[in-house]
Design a binder for this molecule. Structure first.
Ligand SMILES: [Mg+2]
Length: 110
């Protein structure tokens, strides 16, 4: 029943562009590197061993690499993403002050 809702993979493949492939590659990269960063934090927090900051720096760099691939593909300057994030947070947190209530209310989504 659910399978009837799946898009035909041959159709997906036939519709792919080089840009699509580049975006898929980069998005997979971001996801994979986020997992590697999470693993580094997990080892420190769960196994109670010192955080490997060198590894964290490496994974943050890897994330930047793949995020830049997405930005380049779409022609989005890094500064634009940072400004959009600041604008979102300004709506979410009055006077840029964190609160649990504001985090849950997510006023930027209203
Ligand atoms: Mg990595």
């Amino acid at each position: 029943m659910v399978a009837a809702l799946h898009k035909n993979p041959e159709q997906i493949r036939s519709e792919l562009t080089a840009s699509d492939c580049n975006l898929i590659h980069a998005a997979m990269g971001v996801s994979g590197e986020a997992g590697e960063l999470l693993d580094a934090v997990k080892k420190a927090v769960i196994y109670r061993i010192p955080l490997n900051v060198e590894n964290v720096i490496e994974e943050l760099g890897d994330l930047e690499f793949f995020m830049e691939q997405i930005r380049a593909e779409l022609g989005i300057p890094r500064e634009e993403t940072l400004a959009a994030n600041m604008a979102k947070l300004a709506k979410r947190y009055e006077n840029f002050k964190y609160s649990n209530a504001a985090a849950q209310a997510r006023n930027d989504k209203a």
